[in-house]
Design a protein around this ligand. Sequence first.
Ligand code: LLP
Length: 433
Amino acid sequence: MHDFKYVHGELYCENVPVAALVKRYGTPLYIYSQNTLEQHFRKLDKALAGLDHLICYAVKANSNLAVIRVLADLGSGFDIVSQGELMRVQTAGGNPRQCVFAGVGKTEAEIRYALEQNIYCFNVESEAELQRIERVAARMKRRAPVAIRVNPNVEAHTHAKITTGTYENKFGIAFEQVPALYARASKLKHLHLRGVQMHIGSQLTEVAPFRQAVEKVAPLAAALKQRYGIEFFSIGGGLGIVYDPALASGQPEWWQRPQAKSLLTPARYAEALVPLLQPLGLKVLIEPGRFIVGNAGILVTRVEYLKRTGRKNFVIVDAAMNDLIRPAFYDAFHEIVPLRKKSGASTATDVVGPVCESGDYFCKDRPLPRLKEGDYLALLSAGAYGSVMGSNYNSRPRPAEILVTGKRHAVVREAEALPAIWQNEKLAPWQKR
Ligand code: LLP
């Protein structure tokens, strides 16, 4: 579900014509729909109503302050992976007491800061990290809340680069080693064993791997509750979204269509997992990123040139892999639509950016309507892992970001000005003349 749709042949974000935003702010331009964000959060929240639960939005998916604030206002907690993300949450008005801190490489400084800010829990990824947290907490004369991240060794059937829950991955503690590690951790005086956590991967489109992982880890969670009084079980994030145009064509309830029956929805997710989780009597945390923000954002770009070489039909646009790296990095599919609906035959087209790499493309041989210089295109489902994975490669400034609600809009990130890209650089003293 999302709020980007055609009205009389023109693409709208909620009640705002995208073309009007483009006229005012130029391209490339990220646009987010507040209503979509809210609806996704609420859908999940409602599906999990049978459980004592907390949704901890995975900030890494989109850390714009305004996006964080929308979710904070709905009572969301946050899954963070760095001091920077924690500070963003605080700056946006989120509550550090509802933050869980994940990641395999937390530094001492980050642990200290997070403890000072009274975060809800550290999701711990190794024994060495457990010992480091113990040391930092001892120095601060504090007890640090921790949960061990279990690697359940379950295949998530998603892209290799975003599978996290098998023994091929760097994440978590192998399932078999977890009980002994809790036993050792329980002897460390400055730790408070607050929960247990797992996360098997991202962009999962079936419920089976989630079910398998929860079935495997739930008995362990029950045992940890009994033995150490843990209070929560976090089952991670990973709910996939529909990137495919056949299913994501703006139909408000696309998942009710027959061909979408096997797709993952909050209702299906909850239907499969709530019965397994409820008997535990633990608070359940989930850490969705993409599900909440993925379809809530688009990246708008302008057609700069058309070019035919050999047998290929290239459309060169003003956005590039530095703005949205997912197609280049994961071969990800993003639906591409013109701002003004076009009729007529479509042609196999490669939409490519200006960056000097062959990997700088948004699609290859995709049937698209005939385009011309000056047309505008929207890359859909760009709200998650879009802007956050952006860079200044080729010294390209980062685009502006707009938040829309109903008829209103606001700039929630200014476009970067060109000298700002190199403002922290300087010549070495011996280069000065
Ligand atoms: N929790 C943990 C511990 C995670 O590592 C992640 C994502 C999440 C939650 C949120 O997962 P989500 O609900 O968004 O699937 N850049 C990649 C995705 C990387 C995901 C990393 N971890 C992409 O563009 O597809």
